[in-house]
Structures are given as C-alpha cells and as structure tokens.
Design a protein. Structure first.
Length: 256
C-alpha cells in the first residue's frame, strides 16, 4: 500500500513547487493546465474512492493510511479524518469503496473483509457485516459499493461476484458471479491480439475481479479489470451485456 517514490523531476510536490520550464510541447502545456487546476492534499495516501456527503463535503477513502478523509470540494481544505488501525471495530484496514444514502455512510473495509455503516452526522458505527470467506454473507476483499432502493451492492473482488445486502440491516440478500463470456478460439484470440484489442496473453482470462460499481436506471455496471471490460446486470443480478472498448488504446498499461 506504499505509494511510489517521489514525484518525477520537475513536477511540484507542494502548492509552492516549481512548474516545468516554458516550452512548446502540447503535453507540457496540458501538464501545466492540470497542475493549475488541481488540489494538493498532503494527507492522501493511495486514495481509492470518494463520495459526496450531505453537508457538501467530499469523503475520500484514504486506503494507504487506513482512514477516511473529508475535504472541501471547492478548496481542497481538510475538514476531518477518522479511522485508526489500533482502534475498535470502527477501525479500517485499507478502506476502499464508499456509498452514502444521506443518513448513513457505507465503507468497504477491504482487508478486514467487512462492510461498515456509519452515521453521517457523528461518524458513529451503526452496523457491520462480513468476514473472510466464500459462503453467503462472507467476503474476500470487498471493493466498490453502490446503492439502489435500499439495497447495497458490494464488489466482492476476490470471490469474483457481486453481493447484495439490505442497507438498513446489512443482512445478506443474494449474490451473483461475473460473467466469463463465451470461450474464444485460439484463432480469434490471435486475431484480436494482432489488431491490438487484447493482450496476447488473454486467452480468455479466468480472473474475474469486480472493482468499481455504478447504477444507472435499472442497470448495475461493474468493472471487470482483468478482462478490460464493463459488465452490465439488471438489479436482480441477471447478466445483460458486456461493454468493451473497440480500440487499441487499452493495450498499454494504465489504460483500459
């Protein structure tokens, strides 16, 4: 969970840092623009997710420091933090996914394999569920969260599935796996690899690890990172379709 070594040479490490020297390259101009419109938050360490809170602030899961960080979305000013690995059941070990319904804040406590619910007004722990395992209600490194009509959806990453809980009680409702998709022949894999659509090692991949979740209308979207696609489900877990970018932009590390 330790971030990489310091910023590259010439890149400011604080608001008062030195911008790159003037130049004519478009990439340098874009970098200068990004730096001028970004906030520097020294308290962040491998931030994973964020959610807007009812008071107008932004809550960020600061995975590397095992805390939640609250900042002003206008100025980036630090408002509050909470969470401590040496505390009680409210402590975090690598918090990741976040969701808020206006009264409760839900946190995917990844390395504790739990989902925790807090009151948004006083950060009091009001519910907890999950433990390491593969059975109903158990989790293996939960990641993204999404809320819809009183149901909390959890990306149960290392189990390769989505788990649904009743948000008000955190009771297990149902779960469903990601879709592996139709098998690809060696000829199809070779053709797609030559066209730059997939890595040559994708034949197809067996790793199905949902990450981020999002809901639009009556559909649930889940990132299928290892297979470079989005999977789309109905709210009852019925698979509907894949979303796969048809370009070669995802052939390099750091892109889809």
């Amino acid at each position: 969970m330790t971030p990489g070594a310091g910023a590259p040479s010439g890149t400011p490490s604080s608001p008062g840092g030195t911008l790159p020297a003037e130049g004519n390259s478009s990439s340098e101009q874009q970098l200068r623009l990004r730096l001028q419109t970004s906030f520097f938050l020294p308290s962040l360490d491998c931030a994973s997710s964020c959610v807007c809170m009812p008071d107008g602030n932004l809550c960020i899961s600061n995975t590397g420091s095992h805390r939640l960080v609250f900042v002003s979305p206008e100025t980036g000013d630090l408002v509050a933090t909470f969470g401590d690995v040496h505390n009680d059941f409210g402590a975090f070990r690598g918090p990741r996914g976040l969701a808020c319904d206006g009264t409760s804040l839900f946190v995917a406590d990844c390395y504790n394999c739990m989902i925790k619910r807090f009151n948004v007004s006083d950060h009091r722990l009001t519910g907890i569920t999950g433990q390491y395992g593969e059975r109903d209600g158990e989790l293996r490194y939960p990641n993204g969260l999404a809320l819809k009509d009183g149901t909390l959806f959890v990306a149960d990453s290392s189990n390769g599935r989505i788990v649904a809980y009743e948000a008000s009680t955190l009771r297990f409702q149902f779960s469903f796996p990601l879709n592996r998709g139709p098998p690809r022949s060696k000829d199809v894999v070779k053709m797609l690899a030559q066209a730059g659509f997939i890595a040559s090692s994708t034949a197809p991949r067996s790793h199905l690890r949902p990450g981020g979740l999002a809901i639009l209308g009556d559909e649930l979207f889940a990132t299928d990172a290892y297979n470079r696609r989005i999977q789309v489900f109905s709210m009852d877990g019925t698979f509907r379709r894949f979303l796969t970018p048809m370009s070669n932009e995802g052939t390099n590390r750091g892109s889809m």
